[in-house]
Design a protein around this ligand. Sequence first.
Ligand SMILES: C[S@@+](CC[C@H](N)C(=O)[O-])C[C@H]1O[C@@H](n2cnc3c(N)ncnc32)[C@H](O)[C@@H]1O
Length: 264
Amino acid sequence: MNQNIWIELEQTIEDQLKLQVDLSLERHHNFMLKHGLSDCQKVMDIGTGNGLFLSKVAEKHTQIQFHGIDNKPHMIEKAKTRQLLNCVWCLGDALEQETRIALSTINGILMRYFVLHMPNTREAFLQICKTVQNGTKLWIFDLDLDHYICKPEQPEFILIRDIVETFCDQHSVEIRIGTKLPPILDEVGFKVTDIEFEPFNNQEIDHQRFAEYVFREASLYNHFLGNDPDSEEMERIENFLFNVMDQNKHFVQYGMVMISAEKV
Ligand SMILES: C[S@@+](CC[C@H](N)C(=O)[O-])C[C@H]1O[C@@H](n2cnc3c(N)ncnc32)[C@H](O)[C@@H]1O
């Protein structure tokens, strides 16, 4: 694959991470506050990406030490450009030994749009849970296919679901996070304290930004599946989101869930 495609894709990912922060920072920060953020001294963000979300939270809590890790060098390089006294950025894999050592000293773990990147979910949470101290808070924000809704049903929305579902199946990741993850967390030793489904839909979010968000998600998953970006399906999806979807006629929701838990 030529380098230009990666450069184009990098910008698309960057734009999507920014839009995700614009659309969800307040809701996600409030959820973390509701579930113990202010009681923490050290928080680790696993899969921090370019660090934008973590830096926005860190600015609001200068008394807390934040530690963002990601296994992609170019992401950590971007995160390091955010110079905050209470933020440290490290290249690292969620499951390697060094990360576990760092995890043993923290009391809050953030995973925002990261669980989908972690195959073998149960084993990974078991290892993390064994490492952290009792009382450590866990906040998870991620996609939930059970809450992908389009009323009345539209074939183009089913195409979007299919792309996301195929990607997750191919990578053996669990996308029904709201129902499948809580029993796993309880079993490995994280007591689930709250599950909230997000109102991430075309009634709550500005129409244009919602369409842009969903189209970029579909394009990214389509790309990672190795599919043609100009396929007839992608054209239909684009037309539906930007020209047909109407707030007064369609309720369209991209399923997202927020979960809080605590090591017991
Ligand atoms: C969708 S991005 C989410 C970024 C950020 N958490 C946010 O909310 O904007 C997922 C990130 O997880 C990182 N990642 C994937 N697998 C990882 C692993 N095993 N260890 C650490 N980071 C990983 C990817 O490089 C990517 O930056």
